[in-house]
Write a protein that binds this ligand. Structure first.
Ligand SMILES: [Zn+2]
Length: 431
């Protein structure tokens, strides 16, 4: 039995290594991409007729007069516009089948391993629609996001590069908790892993998650729309608790993203030093100037309103949401005019994953230029994640995360809803 098991493990490892080899472009492979147009997000311009030369997973050079070495693999995108791979700064890939998640109680109908395996298509669809990186904003079942991230990195499954939070740090009964069940129901550990009720408990959770291997911390400072018995206007974590979270995260080199709908909750999070405010519907003028002063990013999920109001969801969720979407879209324009830093985040999983790309047109509708919308999902997003030297633009030395569309998205932003070419780390996933 014991022997059988070790043979099984050895076989599994061999197979896994084989898969991994296919997923990473080997360093000696040289690829030349003939690009009709390239969006230069760092300088806000469009370049024509460029050759992008790749060596393995990295960009070696780009220019109109780059020589294609003999024997290079040539990809002809000369009729297309090439962009850096897109980045969604607020995704939820690891909560399983999206159709099951209109009500969080459905998490209790499946085991954690069922949920994470159901998440495999979420990762594939997200990558194939153009997102080569996501900043995942938390999971119902703690650490499922780490499992999904690692399975992608090891090449077991196909998906974007994931940065993950591990669990929601939330007050008991708060926006990130499983709520609405009878008081005598005992939840499994992973459905209340991130609950904390004092600055020191927050520090303890941050330490635990850092050791679990997360990439950032997610805290919830106000009530939520999509949580039972929650009020988006209520304040949950205090300023002191948020400061403790940011300070402890810093000790581990981690940044904190904070969910906040209510005005004071937004301002507390900015004052505490959050890297980004998620949703930020009820931000007021003072909040806008605080965000500017602190360099805090706003990550406003402008599109998902279409799904919250348009689908069958629990009646209390629809009631929480009433009016918030409209206010969010108005305040997005206001914050943008004031010069607050903005990133692209969809809260994917609220809408089906293939709809995430639809947010670009909404960002343009509510005030961004198409170039600003693209920058929010590329170089700005990479900077928020802390990796602007690794990805987020097309430049020598960066990872070869590239996508293409058939015609110029600066002229027609809806082009981004039809990405026809996807490459991640030098490997083509869609063509
Ligand atoms: Zn979210």
């Amino acid at each position: 039995m014991k022997f059988g098991l070790s043979l099984f493990i050895a076989l599994t490892l061999t197979l896994a290594t084989g898969v991994r080899a296919q997923r990473a472009a080997t360093p000696e492979i040289v690829t030349a991409i003939k690009a009709g147009h390239v969006i230069d997000v760092e300088n806000g311009r469009v370049l024509d007729k460029q050759i992008i030369l790749l060596r393995g997973p990295k960009i070696e050079s780009m220019g109109s007069d780059v020589k294609i070495p003999a024997g290079a693999r040539v990809l002809d995108l000369s009729t297309k516009t090439v962009l850096p791979g897109l980045i969604d700064c607020h995704a939820h890939l690891a909560d399983g089948d999206q159709k099951q998640n209109a009500d969080p109680f459905n998490q209790l109908r499946r085991s954690a391993s069922q949920v994470v395996l159901e998440s495999v298509p979420n990762a594939r669809v997200t990558l194939e629609s153009g997102f080569t990186t996501v900043r995942d904003a938390g999971v119902y079942r703690a650490l499922n996001d780490i499992a999904l991230r690692d399975a992608i990195n090891k090449g077991y499954i196909v998906g974007p590069r994931m940065f993950v939070a591990g669990a929601y740090i939330t007050v008991s009964g708060g926006a990130g908790a499983m709520t609405g069940q009878a008081p005598d129901i005992i939840l499994p550990w992973d459905l209340h892993y991130g609950e904390a009720n004092s600055p020191w408990e927050v520090r303890q959770k941050v330490r635990q998650l850092a050791h679990d291997g997360v990439d950032h911390i997610k805290m919830l400072s106000t009530g939520a729309v999509l949580t039972h018995d929650s009020n988006p206007n209520s304040l949950e974590f205090t300023l002191e608790e948020l400061q403790a979270g940011v300070s402890e995260a810093k000790n581990f080199g981690l940044r904190v993203m904070v969910h906040a709908h209510a005005t004071e909750g937004i301002k507390n999070a900015i004052r505490a030093g959050a890297a980004s405010i998620e949703h930020a519907e009820l931000i007021d003028d003072e909040g806008i100037s605080l965000a500017k002063e602190h360099g805090t990013y706003l990550d406003m999920d402008l599109y998902d309103e279409e799904c919250i109001q348009g689908e069958t969801r629990p009646a209390d969720f629809i009631e929480h949401d009433r009016g918030l979407g409209e206010i969010q879209r108005r305040n997005f324009g206001k914050a943008l005019k004031a010069g607050v830093k903005m990133v692209f985040g969809t809260d994917s999983g609220v809408c089906p994953y293939e709809f995430s790309v639809r947010q670009f047109a909404f960002m343009v509708k509510y005030g961004m230029t198409p170039m600003q919308a693209i920058q929010s999902a590329t170089i700005n997003a990479a900077t928020l994640i802390g990796k602007p030297e690794e990805f987020g633009s097309i430049r020598a030395g960066k990872i070869a995360d590239l996508i293409a569309v058939d015609s110029d998205p600066i002229v027609d932003i809806h082009q981004l809803e039809h990405v026809t070419f996807v490459m991640k780390e030098g490997v083509v996933y869609k063509q």
